[in-house]
Design a protein around this ligand. Structure first.
Ligand code: B12
Length: 220
């Protein structure tokens, strides 16, 4: 049964059908499916497929936009459920998150925010197209432990480097850790710009953030 449900979720995003995506998300919660699994195995699989289709010219930007809308509709049902779990957990640390300047992609960044918040991190989400100065100002204001910068475009990855340089210039590192992610980001790029960590998905982002706070499950 969950397999069929996950397949329907994936298809609802590919079809760009927000109403169906909403109904399937509600159905998942009503039947006790873990919301994180619904995202990972269902809806996110759909947006990844749509992205591949877009990348090879099989679908056009309006189709991709419709898929993104369906994904967002599902997330608006699932997110509150995931966040409920976070309010009952021990405080793990403060994380300032945002997408690099010039970049409006936020689905992955929002997923990272939700999963970290659901696990007990306090999240300060600056949204999309965030300048290095805005990251620095927020990190100072809230006394952040971690700053996370998402970038989905090869052209906006330079913004991740600019944020790290701004954190250094303002004397915030090494106390404040800088982590990066996004489809185009690689471990090589993370090493090149001196990031304290990088992850390919939200689950690994959680493990990474916990490790940086000295609260991970990985053996030292
Ligand atoms: C959905 C989407 C859109 C939506 C965005 C909606 C939104 N609100 O986010 C819309 C339709 C608006 C869009 C617009 C554009 N897009 Co677009 N888009 C995508 C797509 C299909 C999926 C991205 C996504 O949401 N993935 C699902 C999430 C769950 O995955 P994720 O983002 O990778 O995030 C995970 C990890 O990377 C990681 N992570 C992410 N951030 C962070 C941060 C930290 C700190 C950490 C630790 C981890 C982490 O964890 C996340 C969760 O698991 C990708 C293709 C792809 N395969 O990535 C193209 C893609 C990124 N887009 C692309 C392009 C070209 C564009 C446009 C320029 C198109 C245009 N001609 O206008 C514009 C960009 C405008 C701008 N200035 O930003 C290209 C980029 C090419 C490149 N290498 O530069 C891609 C790769 C498509 C392609 N194959 O060509 N896009």
């Amino acid at each position: 049964m969950p397999d069929q449900l996950f397949e329907a979720m994936r298809q609802s995003v590919i079809d760009g059908a927000p109403d169906t995506a909403t109904e399937l998300a509600q159905q998942a919660l009503a039947s006790g499916v873990d919301p994180l699994e619904a995202v990972n195995q269902g809806f996110a699989a759909g947006i990844t497929f749509a992205g591949e289709q877009f990348g090879c010219g099989q679908i056009y930007l309006p189709d991709l936009l419709a898929s993104a809308e369906a994904m967002k509709a599902a997330m608006s049902i699932l997110e509150p459920e995931m966040l409920k779990q976070g309010s009952q957990r021990e405080a793990l640390g403060k994380v300032v998150l945002g997408t690099a300047k010039g970049d409006i992609h936020d689905i992955g960044k929002n997923l990272v925010a939700t999963i970290l918040a659901a696990s007990g991190f306090q999240i300060f989400d600056l949204g999309t197209s965030v300048t290095p100065e805005q990251f620095v100002a927020k990190a100072k204001e809230v006394d952040a432990d971690i700053v996370g910068v998402s970038a989905l475009l090869t052209t906006t990855m330079a913004g991740q480097k600019a944020v790290i340089e701004a954190l250094d210039r303002n004397g915030l590192r090494p106390r404040v850790k800088a982590i990066i992610g996004g489809a185009a980001v690689t471990s090589k790029w993370a090493a090149e710009i001196g990031a304290d960590g990088y992850s390919r998905n939200a689950i690994d982002a959680l493990e990474l953030a916990k490790n940086l706070m000295g609260k991970g499950t990985a053996l030292a």
